[in-house]
Each structure stands twice: as C-alpha cells, then as structure tokens.
Design a protein around this ligand. Structure first.
Ligand code: F0G
Length: 456
C-alpha cells in the first residue's frame, strides 16, 4: 500500500504541516489529523487481508504486534527502512470474547466483548503508546509527558522506560486515580506529579509545560497516539473475518479512542476494505457527560462540565478530542448515551460473571447497550461488539467494595479523610468472601450451602 504523501491537516481550517514538525495543534488552535494520500491504484484489499493474517504466523516482533501488523495504515514512519525504531511490547492481540451472561443482561441474543485490558500494561492505551513513543524516538526526544486518569500514565511510563526516555506524568490528586494504575507509573520509573486538581486541570498544565520545556506530549491530543488506536478496529475486523458489526460500543472520556475508531473506519471504507459502516456508540458516565449533553442539546455549543464518576478513568469534563468524536458519530451515524453509577457497577459485575472482568469505565459499554436495547434503539438480534478498555486489576478497591456490599456512589478525599456518600445496595450481585473456621466440617458446610445457591 504505497502512499504519495503524509502530512498533518487541521480538522477545522485545513491548514497542512510537515509531520516531523513537533506540534499538537494548528496555528488556529484546533486539532490535527495525520493524513495519508494513498496511491489507490496499488491497493488490493483482499491481498492485504491475507498478508495481515499471514503475519500472525511469524515470529517477527513487528508482525507479532497487533498494532504494527497493520503498519500499512501507520505510514508516518518508513515501514520499509525504519522498523528498528519501533518501540513495541508487543501490544494488541486482544481477544474477542463471546459474553453470554452479559448479552442476556443487556437483552441481546449475542454480544461480543473485545478486551483491550489484555494489553501489556492492561489497557487500550498501549495500542496508541507504541506509535506515540515510536514517534518520540524518531524525533529524538528523551523526555515524554502526559496528564492522566491513570491508564495513559501507566502505559506511557512502561513504553518510555523501555525506550530509554524519561516519563513525566501529571495525575489528579486525592482519590481520583485507581491504585493499580498509580502503582504501575511508580514501578515503571515515572516522575509522578500529583496535581492539586482534577484531570482537566492536569491536562491544561501538561500541554503548557511540554511546549515550554520541549518535552514530547503523549496525550491523545498527539495525533500519533490516535494512529495506533486505529488498529483496535482493524484487528477487530480481522478477527471477525471482516464481517462488519452493526454497533461498536466504547466508553468516552477524553474522547480520543472513539475518534481513532472513526478515522480507522473512514480509511478502511475509503480504501475498499469494508463496504458498510458500523454505528459507533459512545457511552459516558452521567456525571462526566459533556458529549452526551452536546448531542441532546442539538449540537449548539460544547459545554465542559465539572466531572464526577467513580469510573475514574473517564472522570473528564473538558475532553480534548470532542470535535473529532463528533466527526466519528456523524460519519458512522452513531449514538451517544449516558449511564448512571449504579448501572456501571452492576454491568461490571455481570461482565465479571462471564469470566472476563474489566475496570469500571469499561463497563459503561454493557450498561449503555442495555439501555439502548430497552429503548428499542438496538435490536435484540443486532451484531454488537463492546470494547472493554481496561483490566479488572486496575481498580481492585471498586470491585471489593461492590462485592462486600460496601459500595458508595461518592467516594473521595477531603482534607485526608475519605468521604463516602450515596450507598447502593449491591447484595443481589455481591459475591462476599466467606469467613470460616479452620476446620473441615465448617468448610464443608459452607461449600454445601454455597453450591445449593449457585446451582439453584
Ligand atoms: N476507558 C479507560 C479504561 C480509560 O482509561 C479511558 C481514558 C477511557 C475509557 C476513555 O477513553 O479518553 O479515549 O475517551 N483514560 C485516559 C487516561 C484519559 O488518562 O488514562 P478516551
């Protein structure tokens, strides 16, 4: 798949820039896309689908990566000459699970869940961080930075450390980041700056500090991050033998991921890899729902909100990529939905019962699907794929509180005290640990009782 040209293009005014220029925005202030001018005469989609499949059989580390296997869609580096510059773990290769209990819960006959939490650092961020850090290396940076609700910082820290660059992460202070994620940033050697503020404050600061100190910024405002995340869709379609789902459902926070999905679908469609489009459904938490509100209010004015949700990954009120996200929804004729804290918590527990498990933000997918089926928007026979974005182990506190029926909708630090408000009764799904005397008879009794309940 030859390209004639690759360049940055402003999503708003269309101004073009060299991709080797370090910039994250157009002079007009808006976001940039990486645009490839493909030599369409050289493209035979059926041939390339076969090549992608065959690459799975090799031990070449670039082919083993579920991102770089599709490198023809990532030609911001010279994929013939510069493969050795790639920073890879390798990432991607995440399973698509059949999830019967989640399907039944959501009211569908069948539901598939692609689990990006099975990536090397446990979230979909690795798909974009391999491309982001590769570009950082190509441009000669030795320091990279991001603001994060946790997963971006975990991922960037791992990839930067592997590539010999210093990771600098800006995270919100207080109880706003899950411990699994914080522990990763610390262990992977990041300079970890806890900001006295929320993610939106951290995001503003990191953009300024990066520009002023010449540090490479690896938030999803960086277009090369989104290039890598495109492969979530490409790999999914490859795994589905290129049968296109009716709906692809994904959580929305900073709104980068669904933006990259839209870009992937546009490229695949324009190049003839697919001849229909899935509707992309973005699901936000009710307390962090600026995109949902924007659509509800007739797309008049995008208004940031002061965000709150216990799904801390998506506790974002002023998402950077909202315009790209709107483009995805419009291009795919998609939907934006919102779900409550309670809906997220119960959806997460049912995904767990399918033996899959995920972090809270990911469960917005199943909660959102259930809502849209109930509203009669998604048909029970529809072909639906939910994208689980992060691993269950990222946020163990949330899961244990749920299963011990000790779950509060509000849980945050104030002057070093944990404030909990709004208890919800989780007993109908809670799976409590059982305290038992250390003798055989007591243990047998507990097992018999549990079995009776479990087997009905
Ligand atoms: N799910 C998880 C597990 C996430 O970590 C994030 C974002 C999202 C969903 C939302 O994706 O921002 O592309 O719309 N986490 C970022 C972070 C913001 O800093 O880790 P989005």
């Amino acid at each position: 798949m030859k390209i004639n040209r690759v360049y940055f293009k402003c999503i708003s005014c269309g101004k073009e820039y060299d991709i080797n220029e370090v910039r994250y925005r157009c002079d007009c202030g808006d976001l940039l896309d990486v645009v490839y001018e493909f030599d369409t005469s050289s493209i035979d989609p059926e041939y390339w689908k076969k090549v992608f499949r065959e690459r799975r059989l090799t031990n070449n580390k670039y082919d083993l990566s579920g991102v770089w296997r599709y490198r023809e869609f990532l030609q911001f580096i010279d994929i013939e000459k510069d493969l050795d510059k790639i920073v890879t773990m390798p990432e991607g290769n995440t399973n698509v699970f059949d999830a019967p209990k989640s399907a039944k819960y959501a009211g569908l006959n069948r539901l598939f869940l692609k689990h990006q939490g099975l990536n090397p650092t446990g979230s979909f961020k690795d798909n974009g961080m391999t491309t982001g850090t590769t570009m950082a290396k190509k441009l000669g940076f030795n320091r990279v930075a991001c603001a994060s609700t946790g997963n971006t910082s975990a991922s960037m820290s791992a990839y930067a450390s592997r590539a010999g660059m210093l990771p600098i992460v800006f995270i919100p202070g207080g109880k706003q980041i899950a411990y699994g994620k914080l522990s990763q940033a610390l262990d992977y050697g990041a300079l970890t700056l806890r900001i006295n503020g929320d993610f939106d404050d951290a995001m503003k600061l990191v953009e300024r500090v990066s520009v002023e100190l010449g540090i490479y910024l690896l938030n999803s405002i960086n277009p090369f991050r989104l290039e890598g995340q495109k492969t979530i869709i490409i790999e999914l379609l490859d795994q589905l033998d290129w049968n296109v789902p009716d709906y692809i459902v994904v959580p929305g926070g900073n709104l980068g991921n669904n933006s990259s999905f839209g870009k992937a679908l546009q490229e695949l469609y324009n190049l003839g890899f697919i001849d229909k489009l899935p509707k992309v459904v973005v699901v936000q938490a009710e307390g962090a729902n600026p995109l949902y509100r924007y659509f509800q209010e007739g797309k008049k004015e995008f208004k940031p909100v002061k965000a709150y949700t216990r799904a801390t990954a998506i506790k974002i009120g002023n998402p950077v990529s909202w315009k790209k996200s709107v483009r995805t929804i419009e291009f795919t004729n998609g939907i934006v939905e919102q779900v409550t804290e309670e809906e997220i918590a119960f959806a997460k527990a049912i995904i767990g019962r399918d033996g899959i498990g995920c972090e809270p933000a990911s469960a917005t997918t199943v909660a959102g699907i259930k809502k849209l089926v109930e509203k009669g928007i998604i048909d029970k026979d529809a072909f639906v794929v939910g994208i689980l974005t992060g691993n269950l182990l990222k946020d163990p506190d949330y899961t244990v509180e749920f299963h011990t029926n000790n779950f509060y909708i509000h849980s945050y630090y104030e002057k070093n005290y944990v404030i909990r408000e709004g208890k919800i009764d989780t007993s109908k799904m809670a799976n409590q640990p059982v305290d038992v005397e250390a003798n055989i008879e007591s243990i047998k009794k507990v097992i018999y009782e549990y079995e009776k309940k479990f087997l009905g």
